[in-house]
Each structure stands twice: as structure tokens, then as C-alpha cells.
Ligand binder design. Structure first.
Ligand code: ACO
Length: 397
């Protein structure tokens, strides 16, 4: 029998729970004077705690959002964040117990998927989360500029502080979730992120306005270095190609800046192709970005569209949510449960990796994640899951 219990946290336990989380991430606990401000943003929307008697020893939070799927539909998503276990209680199954309780809660609340950004890549696969989106870190060395002839008929204005905090959410909403994997941002997300970046960390907001109004923004900060100035770009969103080009034109034109670093960019954004010298912008890293968990596999498979290919039958194994197990026939017309023989076998983690179109099935077969499929089945599966744009989330949480 374990020496702890797992249950939702109560209102009175929110502060000790946040302290456990911050300590697990090696950050200081919230000082008394800051708690009133933080408490509003750190709502207990879905917060599971692990307790030894009255003492909080672990926490796992979630917030309600929706995610865009291939074809443009949306599904309810639990955005999982704020996961931590007190350092004196790790590796005794506390996280495993909290993940089990959280997934049961998500299924009960009707979430179709859950998503997270992982601190380490070895933690969440065992709970059925797979890397559904990867993202690129782009580094540009100046001087370099956007090529002449690229249509960018807009202008960029810089906003600070409260003005920036007020402007960003409406522009994000106006741009919309146009790539698979993008999510709506809960008010709580803006409260935490804006407070952190735009009030405390010296970031500013560059707003791009095109012929139809504001259609892009970048949250940026410059830091003087020993030699030159580094420009860090967080949270760049653009609603069309001209806004992407216009924002990059601005970022590369700021006097004295020698290096631009932009993490978490879509892998297919390909900044180099916009530039007079493509070698000046390099992808210096590609890493896991959004980890996805299909909570309700039939609903998730039914929510997205598929490419053109002869149908395939997948057999799904899901250790933590066995109701998802079984065979599904996918074809251009959609997905449905079937009793037909399976063309391939995979687990919940691997299905999540395929779901938004990030991975080639042949790569997953090579890794032993997809079994039982011949080349023809892998090619059909690839065509069915393919998307025109790479998936991207673009919201750190
Ligand atoms: C979405 C987010 O919020 S990401 C942030 C995650 N939080 C952190 O990184 C904060 C620091 N780390 C922690 O608080 C904890 O180590 C946690 C939450 C990652 C793991 O909590 P634990 O209670 O130790 O996990 P638990 O004991 O249930 O481990 C389950 C399994 O995962 C493995 N595991 C868990 N965390 C890790 C890790 N960081 N590295 C390697 N293996 C790990 C365990 O060894 C165990 O394996 P087993 O089933 O083969 O025995």
C-alpha cells in the first residue's frame, strides 16, 4: 500500500501546492506579497494533488482549451502544466498515480485530447503522450535582410507594458488557430505569460499591421552581449505569409542587433528562404514541442480529415485507458471502429505521434513503434495522415 493519497486539491491547498511545484522546478516559493496577484492566475481549474496526510507532495494541473486538428476542426483539450513532485518523494509512483487520476478525470469531463510541453523527454511516453509536434530554434546572424520583391505591404509598431498586454490577446484571436496543433489561449494563460514576459522580463510587443488590420505580432527582448546585441523572439504569430515576412524584415532591421534567436518556430517556416543570404538564418535545433495524448481515440480519429488512399485498419493498444483499445478503419471518408483484421499495430503514444501528421509511419515502423505493416500499408497510412502544413502549437504552457 502506498503512503500517500491522490485527490483534487482544495482552495486552501492551492498555495502549498504551488510551492511544491515551484520547488520541484528549482524556483523560489511565491513571497507573501505576490500571492494575491499569482492566486488569480493560478486557478485550480483541474488540479490533482498527492498528499502524505495533510502535506502536499505532488501536483499536476490542467486548463481547458481547444486544439485545431487536420482539416480545420477543433477538439476539447486539457492543457497539462504545473507537474511536480517534492524531491524527497520522487521515483515512488507519485506522478504515475496523479497521471492515472488526471486521465480518468479528463475522460469523465469529455476532453478528446490532452497536451503538454515536457521538461524531459523520458517522462510522459509511458502515460500515452507522444511527440505530436516538433519545433525549430532559428538563429540569424546579422547583417542580413529580407529579399526585395517579397510582398510585405504592412508596418510594424512596438508596444510596451500595459498597452502590449492589452493588445496581444485580440490579435492572437483574430489570427486564429490556422495550423493543426494550435490552441485557444485561456485567459489564465495570458495572465501568467503577459505578467511574466511583458511586465517583469523586459519583453516588448511588435505588432504587424497589414492592409486588413493587425495580423501578426512578436514578443521580443534585446540583451547587450560582450560583442553586439542579441534579440530573443518569443511568441511570434502571423496570420498570413506577408505578416511572416514583415515581422522578420523588422526583426532583422533593428540597429546594433547582431544575432536573432527564435525558439519554438514551425519546422517548415524556413526563414532562410526569405533572406538575401539564406545561410545567415539556420535551424540550430529541432526538438519535441507538443506532446499529445488521445483521451478519446474514437472521437479524436473522427474529428480530423484524411488524405486520399486505400483505407487501413489500425489496432490500438492503450494500457492506461483500455476503452480506447481495438481496431479502427481509416479512409478518405473518415474513421470508424471495425472488427476487420488489422493492417498494423501501435500503442497510444505512437498514434498520438501520427495524429497531427508530424511523423512518417515508415520512421515509426523503423523505431519498432508500428508493427505488422508492409511497405504498401505504411505508404497508405502516410497518405491518409499527411497534412499540407506541418503541425505547430506555438503556445508554451
Ligand atoms: C508538463 C510539465 O509540467 S513538465 C514538468 C515536469 N516536472 C519536472 O520536471 C519537475 C522535476 N521533476 C519532478 O517533479 C518529478 O521527477 C517528476 C514529476 C518528473 C516524476 O515524478 P515521480 O513521482 O518521480 O514519477 P514516478 O515515480 O511516478 O515515475 C514513473 C516512472 O517514470 C520514470 N521517471 C519519472 N521521471 C523521470 C525522469 N525525470 N527521468 C527518468 N525517469 C523518470 C520513473 O523512473 C518511473 O519508471 P518505472 O515505472 O520504470 O519505475
Amino acid at each position: 500500500m502506498s503512503d500517500y493519497t491522490v485527490r483534487p486539491i482544495t482552495e486552501a491547498e492551492r498555495r502549498p501546492a504551488l510551492d511544491v511545484l515551484l520547488r520541484s522546478l528549482h524556483r523560489p516559493a511565491v513571497p507573501d506579497g505576490r500571492w494575491a496577484a499569482v492566486a488569480d492566475a493560478w486557478a485550480a481549474d483541474g488540479t490533482t494533488g498527492a498528499f502524505d496526510g495533510d502535506r502536499v507532495i505532488g501536483v499536476a494541473c490542467s486548463a481547458a482549451t481547444t486544439m485545431t486538428v487536420p482539416g480545420g476542426g477543433t477538439v476539447p483539450m486539457a492543457a497539462v502544466d504545473g507537474v511536480g513532485v517534492s524531491a524527497d518523494r520522487t521515483r515512488r509512483g507519485v506522478l504515475t498515480a496523479m497521471m492515472g487520476a488526471q486521465l480518468a478525470e479528463f475522460a469523465e469531463r469529455g476532453y478528446v485530447v490532452a497536451g503538454l510541453h515536457a521538461s524531459e523527454a523520458v517522462i510522459y511516453g509511458r502515460f500515452g503522450y507522444g511527440v505530436a509536434v516538433r519545433a525549430a530554434t532559428v538563429r540569424a546572424e546579422l547583417p542580413v535582410r529580407v529579399r526585395d520583391g517579397i510582398a510585405a505591404p504592412g508596418a510594424v509598431a512596438l508596444l510596451d507594458g500595459e498597452e502590449a498586454i492589452a493588445a496581444a490577446p485580440a490579435i492572437y484571436e483574430r489570427i486564429g488557430q490556422h495550423r493543426p496543433g494550435m490552441i485557444t489561449r485561456p485567459a489564465r494563460w495570458w495572465a501568467i505569460s503577459s505578467d511574466w514576459h511583458l511586465r517583469e522580463e523586459g519583453f516588448r510587443l511588435a505588432v504587424h499591421t497589414g492592409p486588413g488590420g493587425a495580423d501578426g505580432f512578436a514578443v521580443l527582448r534585446t540583451t547587450p552581449q560582450d560583442r553586439g546585441v542579441r534579440l530573443e523572439v518569443r511568441d511570434l504569430h502571423a496570420g498570413n505569409a506577408a505578416a511572416v515576412a514583415g515581422l522578420w524584415r523588422f526583426l532583422l532591421s533593428i540597429d546594433l542587433v547582431t544575432t536573432v534567436i527564435a525558439p519554438d518556430r514551425p519546422v517548415d517556416e524556413e526563414v532562410g528562404v526569405l533572406l538575401t543570404d539564406p545561410r545567415r538564418a539556420r535551424t540550430v535545433a529541432i526538438r519535441d514541442h507538443l506532446w499529445l495524448r488521445l483521451v478519446d481515440v474514437p472521437a479524436a480519429l473522427a474529428a480530423r480529415t484524411y488524405g486520399t488512399a486505400e483505407p487501413v485498419t489500425l489496432e490500438v493498444h492503450d494500457r492506461m485507458l483500455p476503452a480506447n483499445g481495438g481496431r479502427y478503419r481509416l479512409g478518405p471518408g473518415g474513421a470508424e471502429r471495425t472488427e476487420a483484421p488489422a493492417d498494423l499495430h501501435l500503442d497510444a503514444e505512437t498514434l498520438a505521434m501520427l495524429y497531427l501528421g508530424e511523423w512518417q509511419p515508415a520512421t515509426l515502423a523503423l523505431a519498432g513503434r508500428i508493427t505488422g505493416a508492409d511497405e504498401n500499408v505504411l505508404a497508405r497510412t502516410a497518405a491518409l495522415f499527411a497534412t499540407t502544413q506541418r503541425p505547430w502549437c506555438g503556445t508554451p504552457f
